[in-house]
Design a protein around this ligand. Structure first.
Ligand code: PLP
Length: 366
């Protein structure tokens, strides 16, 4: 059971919103980092979040259906070839990342009787999406073209914001500021956006008009060099579905990689690599049974994982139906990700859709 605390997500958003100089959006791409966008989006809306970012048209169409009217939905990848009219029909704001996308949007927009807004993204160091500087200049020099896409947001993305000492943070901010002042000469009212979760914690200079937190909302530490300022959001418990005491020395699991001597006790829990546990829990998974630490043994299989429960007090029959916690206040996202050399992002987005999700209710603030 994957338990997701909506009130913690709301508190994390409110915290970032109060820290930031402008407003705060909510990034709910990849199904809200695997946690369930259809539930989390409305919970964010109810505490005041009005702007949402997703990655693709499909995610945006889903979001249009579950978010209240009055939500602004930005699509980070922009329209792929031929998708423009679908964006317009669902009132989605594309993040235009190339001159080709800009021309496509301008063309489709001119066919409407109302100019549909867009966001424009530039590359300041990530070198993934976004216009390069000379492309931006050529866009700004073509007043008809830039007006035809009706840009309302000018943005870029930080590459190293989780390392506050990295030189690129200042370089990117400076380049963004220079480009923004250039754009503002033509579009004085355009809003500016640079910071992801970690960018918010770099300081005011990175905030501009809109910050775009994702990870921090879900409890991932935005500044790994410091203690985590965010509330923890997820816990994962795996039910014990079989328990045995070994009658003789035995090998366990595929490839007989592990062996235990006669008399040890093992519990099989529901949850395996199809649920993402090989990534989340790594090579030597650990768990927590009512405060006692237990270790997995043998390879994680597709549907189940075996734990050595010899040291637990309860007899076998009483272990059945109880659960082992593998993500909780002791086994935090941070602990798991550093132990397994992963990012907190990977831990969350690896959790499979088969795991039952349970939501602790959030507050309704309006
Ligand atoms: C994913 C993403 C974000 C959110 O980043 P976090 O590090 O999860 O806060 C913000 N902006 C862009 C462009 C993104 O792709």
């Amino acid at each position: 059971m994957l338990t997701i605390d909506l009130s913690a997500i709301q508190a994390n958003w409110l915290r970032i919103s109060s820290l930031s100089r402008g407003s705060a959006a909510g990034v709910i791409k990849a199904n809200a980092y695997g946690l369930g966008a259809a539930t989390i989006g409305p919970a964010l809306y109810s505490v005041g979040c009005r702007e949402f970012f997703v990655a693709t048209l499909d995610e945006a169409l889903a979001a249009r259906a579950f978010l209240p009217a009055g939500s602004f939905i930005y699509v980070l990848g922009g329209p792929r070839f031929g998708e423009e009219q679908e964006f317009i029909n669902a009132n989605l704001i594309p993040v235009l990342c190339s001159l080709a996308q800009i021309k496509g949007w301008a063309k489709q927009n001119q066919l409407q009787n109302y100019p549909y807004p867009s966001a424009v993204k530039i590359n300041t160091g990530m070198t993934r999406f976004g216009l390069d500087i000379c492309e931006l200049k050529s866009l700004c020099d073509d007043t008809d073209l830039i007006k035809a896409i009706s840009p309302v947001l000018f943005m870029s993305h930080l590459a190293c914001a989780d390392d506050s000492l990295h030189r690129l943070n200042s370089d990117q901010e400076k380049m963004f500021a220079d480009c923004a002042s250039y754009v503002k000469r033509i579009l004085p009212d355009i809003r500016l956006s640079l910071a992801n979760s970690s960018g918010v914690f770099l300081g005011n200079r990175w905030h501009y008009d809109l910050v775009r937190p994702g990870a921090a909302l879900y409890g991932i530490n935005p500044q790994p060099a410091h203690s985590n300022p965010m509330k923890s959001v997820v816990s994962l418990t795996l039910p014990i579905i079989q328990v045995r005491t070994l009658e003789c020395d035995a090998s366990l699991g595929y490839a007989a990689e592990a062996c235990l001597p006669k008399g040890r006790r093992v519990a099989v829990v529901a949850g395996g690599y199809a649920d993402g546990l090989h990534r989340t829990l790594g090579k030597q998974p650990e768990g927590d049974f009512c405060g006692q630490r237990v270790k997995a043994i043998g390879r994680i299989s597709m549907d189940v994982t075996i734990f050595d429960v010899t040291e637990l007090q309860l007899p076998n029959e009483q272990l059945l139906g109880k659960s082992i916690e593998v993500i909780n206040e002791h086994f935090t996202l941070e602990y798991l990700s550093s132990k397994n050399q992963l990012l907190g992002y990977e831990v969350l987005t690896s959790l499979g859709t088969r795991l039952k999700r349970r939501y602790l209710p959030g507050g309704n603030h309006g």
